[in-house]
Design a protein around this ligand. Structure first.
Ligand code: DQA
Length: 142
């Protein structure tokens, strides 16, 4: 089982950015933790982090061309703005799970909109790094 784990803008700044909201662990910690988790579960993870919307679109398309089985995606701020990411997820039609580290439902009004949600089988929010593990488990069940 091959899963793309896609992270959007500013998630490379984990550990530095707003630690009260996002915690003190880094993006590298996230990758290490999920690599170990995937190894336990027999999953091959492919990690992509980009601050650029078009690169995230390309990563989603690559999941299709490289015959991945699913996508875990935290589109970060592009969650709330990007029709391009929604269209990319719809185009490839692979099972995708939307993840947010913070509980977006308890934050600002502009974070209540998610364009990608429509193309995802589930949304997991507010569980920190564990939310990614839950997403991997959900895709494994699929
Ligand atoms: C986020 C929530 C988004 O609203 C925000 O723009 C992010 C991170 C999260 O993981 O909680 O950059 O996706």
């Amino acid at each position: 089982m091959k899963l793309y784990i896609v992270n959007g803008p500013n998630l490379n700044m984990l550990g530095i950015r707003e630690p009260d909201i996002y915690g003190r662990h880094t993006y590298e910690d996230l990758v290490n933790e999920l690599t170990a988790y995937c190894a336990e579960k027999g999953v091959e993870p492919i990690f992509v982090q980009s601050n650029h919307e078009g690169e995230l679109v390309t990563a989603i398309q690559n999941a299709y061309f490289e015959e991945a089985d699913g996508i875990v995606i935290n589109p970060a701020a592009y969650t709330h703005t990007s029709v391009a990411l929604l269209d990319a997820l719809k185009a490839i039609a692979l099972p995708a799970v939307e993840v947010h580290l913070s509980d977006v439902s308890a934050r600002e009004d502009f974070r209540q909109i998610s364009y990608v949600r429509e193309a995802c089988i589930a949304t997991i929010s507010g569980k920190g790094f564990d939310g990614y593990k839950e997403a991997i488990d959900l895709l494994l069940q699929k």
